[in-house]
Write a protein that binds this ligand. Structure first.
Ligand SMILES: [Cu+2]
Length: 167
């Protein structure tokens, strides 16, 4: 009787703490994309990024400056994967801690400006994923200087983030 009661509690636990494990491919088939490009996630969910060939990052940025790392944000760092590697790709996992939109891009030179961006819980209107991506693509014309200036204006501390040395 008691034993059954304990078993019942044990089986109930996974339901009580249910969370979703999301999987995102980074740069599959040598494309400068995250697949999928955006997801909806709940607080407590985990997101595992799997890095394919080339040398990408998953770096938290912000809606106004899609290609500029966010101070103290999530950053996988660079994950170099040689062209002849086809399995056991490196991964990085983040846990979703807030229900507000989270914005990311790849910090490899030129990748963000070519649209390599990702979002969690992007709104359906207003600051949408499409606008975020368009803003990232627009940095190509300015070399990102406008985005950096805008970022420095809105988030002065972000100017202190050192650039990754690994290109
Ligand atoms: Cu990249």
């Amino acid at each position: 009787m008691m034993f059954n009661a304990i078993l019942a509690v044990l089986f109930a636990l996974p339901l009580a703490f249910a969370w979703t494990h999301h999987h995102v491919e980074v740069g599959p088939n040598s494309q400068l994309i995250y697949d999928p490009p955006y997801i909806s996630a709940s607080v407590g969910d985990k997101v595992t990024f799997r890095f394919h060939q080339k040398n990408h990052t998953v770096t938290q940025t912000s809606f106004p400056a899609p290609c500029t790392p966010l101070f103290d944000g999530f950053n996988s760092g660079f994950n170099p994967v040689a062209a002849d590697v086809t399995s056991n790709f490196p991964t990085a996992t983040l846990t979703v801690l807030v229900d507000t939109p989270l914005w990311f891009s790849c910090q490899q030179t030129g990748h963000c400006a070519q649209g390599m961006v990702f979002a969690i819980n992007a709104p359906d209107s207003g600051n949408t994923f499409d606008k975020f991506k368009a803003s990232a693509l627009a940095t190509a014309a300015t070399g990102g200087s406008h985005a950096r200036a805008e970022m420095a204006r809105r988030f002065p501390r972000a100017a202190l983030v050192p650039k990754d040395l690994d290109q």
